[in-house]
Write a protein that binds this ligand. Structure first.
Ligand code: CUA
Length: 306
């Protein structure tokens, strides 16, 4: 029951002129906004017309790894570079904390992007054109993409995804002709993808091939996000000069000294929490599922980094 009851019969009283006027204005506004919504959907071009498929992180990870392995033509700060054929399917992999690969597109050509995350939710924000959408793990977002301008575009992650969120910046370069590659420092890209580590000829890889394969794992599996190879530290210890080094680690709460060798590296990959390097207690490593073969390749690569 309300505080003051209205007088009897109020409902049938005539509405005053002012009130009628406001009702008409509100109605007109509603209709205008409704029409606007429909027109905007058709002519506004603000919604990427995307198809979405259900996938899972393991499947998408495999697909995008295989895609990059087959199509990689170079590297940009450790992130693989792919130059896809027009009208082809292109896989863009979001993971803590990078977008992979770097893409080189040609102006006025169409590409079909498949975008997904293999860990947490990320946000795809293409700058400076300001095209945004969310990237959830478990969904393959298909985006028909046709660049109309040349230049360098950044993919910024606009969804807070952890300690390295601010470093999660990807790149799309749009060119008109091959000579344009020079201005981005890409003049030395391979003409055809390098398939050394993917050829399954059955014979064991040479030491040099192992190193190359290890470098691919380092890039493809995202080790590079936390480990640099030029002596600088970002999230984890740098890899150069690491092999054979004496390290202080914490095991079961006790600080001990160990030597970095094959067994230690293997253990660090498979059971990263077992021994934690002193100084990196706050940024523990996550488990990265690698095969024994990939682990050997990573070890060969670390050994090669002086
Ligand atoms: Cu990915 Cu923030």
């Amino acid at each position: 029951m309300s505080l003051f009851s209205p007088e009897e019969g109020w409902y049938h009283k005539k509405v005053s002129k002012d009130e009628k006027m406001w009702m008409v204005i509100a109605l007109v506004l509603c209709i205008m906004l409704f029409v606007w919504m429909v027109l905007w959907h058709v002519y506004g071009r603000q919604n990427p017309s995307s198809i979405t498929y259900r996938t899972n992180t393991v499947e998408f990870g495999k697909l995008s790894d295989a895609y990059v392995k087959q199509n990689m033509v170079g590297m940009d700060k450790g992130v693989p570079i792919v130059r896809p054929q027009p009208n082809s399917d292109v896989f863009v992999h979001a993971q803590m904390w990078r977008w992979s690969p770097v893409l080189i597109f040609e102006k006025d050509q169409s590409y079909k992007l498949h975008i997904s995350s293999t860990d947490v939710q990320h946000g795809f924000s293409l700058q400076p054109v300001n095209m945004n959408f969310q990237v959830y793990p478990g969904y393959d977002y298909v985006l028909e993409f046709k660049p109309t301008e040349t230049g360098e575009f950044k993919i910024i992650c606009n969804e807070f995804c952890g300690i390295g969120h601010h470093t999660m910046i990807g790149k799309i370069v749009v060119i008109e002709k091959d000579e344009d590659l020079k201005q981005y420092g890409y003049e030395n890209l391979k003409k055809a993808p390098d398939t050394i580590a993917t050829q399954n000829s059955g014979k064991p890889l040479s030491e040099a091939e192992m190193v190359l394969a290890g470098e691919q794992v380092y890039t493809l599996k995202g080790c590079i996000t936390c480990h640099k190879t030029d002596g600088t530290t970002i999230i984890g210890p740098a890899w150069n000069g690491l092999y054979g080094k004496e390290e202080k680690v914490i095991e079961n709460g006790k600080t001990i000294s160990i030597k970095v060798d094959d067994d230690y590296i293997k253990e660090s990959i498979l059971h990263p929490q077992q021994k934690i390097t002193v100084g990196y207690e706050k940024t523990p490593m996550t488990t990265i599922p690698l095969t024994d073969e990939e682990i050997s390749q990573v070890i060969a690569y670390i050994k090669s980094l002086k």
